[in-house]
Design a protein around this ligand. Structure first.
Ligand SMILES: Cc1cc2nc3c(=O)[nH]c(=O)nc-3n(C[C@H](O)[C@H](O)[C@H](O)COP(=O)(O)OP(=O)(O)OC[C@H]3O[C@@H](n4cnc5c(N)ncnc54)[C@H](O)[C@@H]3O)c2cc1C
Length: 231
């Protein structure tokens, strides 16, 4: 499927939010949390290279949104150069880490790992789902925070959504959120009985490994933990 890059927003340094609109075709059905392959196309429309990227927009949206760290790697180095209006290939959706209507849901995101979680939270906000939905979002410093303004809107739209932000490398003056890595005590401050929740986690490999151990220590059944790690 061919998509046109409709807008590019530099949210924080080296991270861009790309919105894409379909060229002629409708957006394929997907579940919040799934990912697609983005393809770089040559002048004839043939794929030159592809990488998987999580969809950050809700399934009801009229565009596909991606939140991508421009690493200047083999793919992102070229993607970062594409101007608004460029055509790009989309293949998918794929992935089993999706939200399926659970009523007690906890989400853990690190850095751009917020992408698939945003699709889930936007879906929960838009459908007015009732339950307990808690996001733990970890970034190194305040200037690395993505989607901050939208977190407030999501909570206003659906007060069942609670967002816990933690900074791991600084405590700025006046900061009212959490500090340090997500662990037993931080979870206990925000969730009474973690084992009653389903969990979705996305972020760097080491963070996900630590979180799996942490949740196992809290008595969370591994079958209730869905995860994706990259970076
Ligand atoms: C299921 C899935 C979903 C994903 N979703 C997302 C998403 O939503 N957002 C997102 O940003 N990524 C996502 N990724 C990662 C993405 O697919 C790419 O791996 C990533 O964009 C790097 O591609 P690249 O070709 O530019 O880097 P490559 O050239 O393949 O380099 C590989 C790795 O080397 C390192 N690297 C390369 N160049 C640099 C550099 N200049 N500085 C520092 N490190 C460097 C990076 O760690 C990089 O990941 C996802 C991956 C998977 C498996």
């Amino acid at each position: 499927m061919k998509y046109r890059i409709a807008s590019v927003e530099a949210q924080v340094e080296h991270v861009k939010v790309l919105r894409m609109e379909p060229v002629g075709e409708a957006i394929p059905a997907f579940r919040p949390g799934q990912w697609v392959f983005l393809h770089l196309l040559d002048a004839a429309g043939n794929s030159m290279d592809k990488r998987p990227y999580s969809i950050a927009s809700a399934p009801s949206s009229r565009h596909l949104e991606f939140c991508i760290e421009m690493l200047n790697g083999r793919f992102t180095g070229k993607l970062d150069q594409l101007p608004v209006g460029s055509i790009i290939g989309v293949e998918g959706p794929q992935g089993r880490m999706y939200y399926g209507g659970e009523k007690k849901a906890a989400f853990v995101a690190g850095g751009t790992g917020i992408s698939p979680i945003m699709a889930m939270l936007r879906h929960i906000a838009e459908t007015g789902a009732r339950g307990e939905f808690v996001l733990f979002y970890s970034v190194r410093t305040r200037d690395r925070l993505l989607y901050t303004a939208e977190f407030e809107r999501l909570h206003k739209k659906n007060p069942c959504i609670k967002v816990v932000v933690t900074l791991t490398r600084e405590t700025p003056a006046g900061w009212k959120g959490e500090c340090g890595r997500i662990g037993h005590e931080m979870i206990a401050r925000h969730i009474g009985k973690p084992a009653e929740f389903d969990w979705w986690m996305c972020g760097p490999v080491e963070m996900i490994k630590n979180m799996r151990e942490c949740l196992a220590g809290k008595g969370v059944d591994q079958k209730r933990v869905r995860l994706e790690a990259w970076g």
